[in-house]
Ligand binder design. Structure first.
Ligand code: SAH
Ligand code: SF4
Length: 391
């Protein structure tokens, strides 16, 4: 047992070392000021100490940045003006720039964010149709290394990881765009109150920045989203699933998409490294999975490829005993994509087999397809400018 644990620890270190080569740019601006967004509380305390401020300021500034959403020290009205000015000389409260934004006919909105080094990633806000709330779909990387066959992002080589500030910044900038910070009357924001890490990139290949960003977002004195309102989607980076479960405890979504290794090897090439049996075993041991907190298995419906009744039966056999739901995602096409969406009939029949086995099997309504904002349609023009330094 402990040998197995040591092995997965070594594997985790290897993944982290490899992904560190795609590091985000430093938090220092060209003018020497430092971005406070993305720092842990301890790091924020250390920064404040450099200008002679005591640790108790952390709580106050944290509240302004993450609870009130201010982007300007001048707005921190509980802080005396000389200190506000001193802060503004040394620090900024950063946001990514909105390069463009588009709104779909179904009200889904896609933001193209440009970061300090000019690289770009997309974020999507998906309003709930019935309720007065919605989900923000956040990117974790610019591009992706994994090249899943059905995914538009997978056609864009990995440019780099997003930093914690850039990950939190997508959410905060989206809240800015909707004016969704607590009003002076103290009403709490509702619209942007769920996060899905389902945008560009593989979040578990950028674990440290994602973990740091989620820890900031979950902090009770700031944005204070509950871990139940955050879902991390992975294509199956098995060793990091254990760590995410233990450290973050957010909801887990797993991009399964095929129930036999031969097909999954082709659709999700990462399967060659972490095959289905290992992936399902990692789901079985994911902490906190229960009927109230089920693991979501995502299954993209590809016509004639993975949508047969035999596939559906094998799926329920594979996940037997796991508190789970199966999210059936009609394939969203993109320019040059090699697949077609399954017919409505095939999807219904597939869903019925899954439901007969006692699992809920919602069919995800495509949202924002007209602006290429639906699952798997995101991609930007960013490219690597320099070869990465060797590890
Ligand atoms: N890299 C992570 C998260 C981003 S992708 C992952 O793969 O899980 C979010 C979801 O969209 C995944 O389930 C992914 O498989 C799915 N997806 C990708 N391309 C798609 C497409 N063209 N149509 C429908 N879903 C797609
Ligand atoms: Fe990357 Fe996820 Fe797209 Fe696969 S589906 S290429 S892991 S973003």
């Amino acid at each position: 047992m402990s040998a197995a644990l040591d092995l997965s620890e070594a594997e985790r270190s290897r993944i982290l070392a490899k992904t560190a080569r795609f590091a985000p740019p430093p938090a220092q601006l060209a003018d020497g000021r430092r971005d406070l967004v993305g720092l842990t509380r301890d790091e924020l305390a250390a920064e404040l100490a450099t200008i002679g401020e005591a640790p108790f300021r952390v709580k106050q500034i944290w509240h302004w940045i993450y609870h009130q959403g201010v982007t300007d020290f001048a707005g921190m009205s509980s802080i005396a003006r000389p200190l506000r000015e001193k802060l503004a000389q040394r620090f900024v409260i950063g946001r990514p720039d909105i390069a463009t934004q588009q709104t779909s006919s179904d009200d889904t909105r896609k933001f193209l964010f440009r970061f300090r080094d000019g690289q770009e990633a997309e974020t999507v806000y998906i309003p709930d149709r019935q309720e007065d709330r919605g989900a923000v779909c956040i990117s974790s990387q610019v591009g992706c290394t994994l090249a899943c066959r059905f995914c538009h992002t997978g056609t864009q080589a990995l440019v780099r990881n997003l930093g914690a500030a850039e990950i939190v910044g997508q959410f905060m900038a989206a809240r800015d765009a909707y004016g969704e910070w607590p009003s002076p009357k103290g009403e709490t924001p509702r619209l942007l109150s769920t996060i899905v890490l389902m945008g560009m990139g593989e979040p578990l290949y950028n674990y440290e920045n994602v973990a740091r960003a989620m820890t900031i977002i979950m902090d009770n004195e700031g944005i204070a989203l509950s871990r139940r309102r955050i879902t991390l989607s992975t294509s199956g980076v098995v060793p990091m699933m254990d760590r995410a479960g233990a450290e973050l405890g957010v909801n887990l979504a797993v991009s399964l998409h095929a129930v036999r290794d031969a097909l999954r090897d082709e659709l999700v090439p990462l399967n060659r490294k972490y095959p289905i049996a290992e992936l399902v075993a990692a789901c079985r041991r994911y902490p906190g999975a229960s009927n109230a907190r089920r693991i979501t298995f995502e299954y993209v419906m590809l016509r004639g490829i993975n949508d047969s009744l035999a596939d559906a039966r094998e799926l329920v056999r594979l996940i037997a005993g796991i508190p789970a739901k199966v999210n059936l995602i009609p394939f969203n096409p993109w320019p040059g994509s090699p697949y077609e969406t399954s017919s409505g009939n095939a999807i219904d029949r597939f869903a019925q087999v899954v439901m007969d086995a006692g699992y809920s099997a919602p069919v995800r309504t495509p949202r924002g397809r007209d602006i290429l904002a639906a699952c798997g349609q995101l991609r930007t023009e960013s490219r690597r400018q320099h070869a990465p330094p060797t590890a």
